[in-house]
Design a protein around this ligand. Structure first.
Ligand code: FAS
Ligand code: PHB
Length: 394
């Protein structure tokens, strides 16, 4: 197989990149190890930054989003048994909080990619990337379990293969620097068939710990509680989950609506950055290069930001043989990545009950929250980060 840009991974990074390259007349092939059904069943992120919603419109793939997404003016922060509505739209000149689940985004991207004749090889596991120091890299892959080894020959390889994919390891240890913070808590997430209990997301830091109330539709709700990252989900029967959700979200005069839980799981929380995000003709994008704790709803949005920068750089290379943006891709992408890392760390630290924290540190977190309540500058800073920072000039 031969194409201009070989993409490993059909997650948000790989799929948005394919569409952005097609817009520039650049050919791409996506290799994806899972089936289309698995990819489209990926229960993960829930919030899109305003510019990502606008980008889906520009790419002509926002019809269903416009019909089915939830558009909120802000979020609710809760602590000390009181709630604060943060009016993001008012603070950021009209930018909104769009709740449209990642698996729906992927469904729309895949449908549009296939409809335009785009190629994605599902159940194709990329096993090796070679030639990235030369001008003719290629990706070795196998289709299905027993498929023969094949090669995808390309001009450039993009590792959009997530945190556990092979591409990051293709950057030599001698040049690759990794930065990591592991949090002493994880998130237990559920999907439940229940009506909405609140009109927007609630991020709550109460004595028993953090809870997040989000949504998927008027009939399906998405909720999370902080838990021991090494906990066994079998030790969390529905009753125990609801007990903790009530304890961490309830207020006088307000009741959380329960319902049957049909999906539950525990995810660990970490912050991670790989620098550089490129080596020779290999470029990393999204979770392959960086991970954030989901408290700031940045993971998916940072992945799309990477590929917006990368697509512009590849377009300059192909259209004008100008490699300057490509040479600076990693530095440009990492400037936004580190701001996303900071915001995600800030929201996670401020809103979780760290078992190792001192009482002094806990009061600092409440002072942080009170600062957001009492200072328009602090509220605006949080809002700007949440709905999506403007892009730095290239
Ligand atoms: P992805 O991991 O989405 O996609 C990588 C793709 O590459 C996958 O489809 C994988 O199958 C494929 N792949 C891997 N190895 C391969 C190989 N060798 N060959 C071929 N294909 C290969 N973010 C939020 O903002 N909010 C959240 O609530 C949230 N919850 C999350 C929950 C979980 C369990 C996880 C793991 C992540 C969560 N995230 C959340 C972060 C998530 O949304 C990511 O940021 C987002 O999926 C990043 O997109 P990609 O970089 O495309 O990586
Ligand atoms: C979600 O709806 O899954 C969601 C929303 C906001 C977050 C994290 C997850 O910060």
């Amino acid at each position: 197989m031969r194409t201009q840009v070989g993409i490993i991974g059909a997650g948000p990074a790989g799929l948005f990149l394919a569409h952005l390259l097609a817009r520039e007349g650049i050919s791409a092939v996506i290799l994806e190890s899972r089936s289309r059904a698995d990819v489209e069943g990926t229960i993960r992120a829930g919030v899109l930054e305003q510019w990502v919603v606008d980008l889906m419109g520009t790419l002509g793939i926002d019809e269903r989003l416009k019909r089915e997404a939830d558009f909120h003016t802000g979020i609710t922060l809760q602590w000390d048994r009181s709630r604060l509505h943060l009016d993001m739209a008012e603070l950021t000149g009209g930018k909104r909080v769009t709740v449209y689940p990642q698996h729906q985004v992927l469904r729309d991207l895949i449908a549009a990619w296939l409809a335009r004749g785009g190629e994605v090889v599902f159940e194709a596991h990329a096993s090796a990337i070679s030639g990235i120091d030369g001008e003719a890299p290629n990706v070795a892959f196998r289709r299905g379990a027993g498929g023969a080894q094949e090669e995808l020959h390309c001009d450039y390889v993009v590792g959009a293969d997530g945190f556990h994919g092979p591409s990051r390891q293709a950057i030599p240890d001698a040049v690759r620097r990794e930065y990591q913070k592991i949090y002493p808590f994880g998130w237990l997430g559920i999907l439940t068939r229940a009506p909405r209990s609140w009109h927007e997301l609630i991020y709550s830091n109460q004595a028993d710990g953090f809870a997040l109330l989000s949504t998927r539709s008027p009939e399906v709700q998405r909720l999370y509680i902080q838990c021991d990252p090494h906990d066994d989900i079998a030790l969390w029967p529905d009753a125990r989950i609801w007990e903790q959700l009530h304890a961490r979200l309830e207020l006088d005069g307000w009741t959380l609506q329960e319902g049957p839980i049909f999906q539950k799981g525990i995810i660990p929380l970490r912050s991670f950055v790989c620098d550089p995000m490129q080596h020779g003709r290999l470029f990393l994008a999204g979770d392959a290069a960086h991970i954030v704790p989901p408290t700031g709803a940045k993971g998916l949005n940072l992945a799309v930001a990477d590929v917006l920068v990368l697509s512009r750089a590849l377009a300059a290379q192909y259209a004008r043989n100008d490699g300057a943006l490509l040479a600076r891709y990693s530095a440009t992408a990492l400037r936004r990545v580190w701001k996303g890392e900071r915001f995600s760390w800030y929201m996670t630290t401020m809103l979780h009950r760290n078992p190792a924290e001192t009482e002094f540190e806990r009061r600092i977190h409440f002072a942080d929250l009170d600062f957001v309540r009492s200072s328009r500058a602090a509220a605006t800073a949080l809002a700007e980060n949440y709905v999506g920072l403007p892009f730095d000039a290239p």
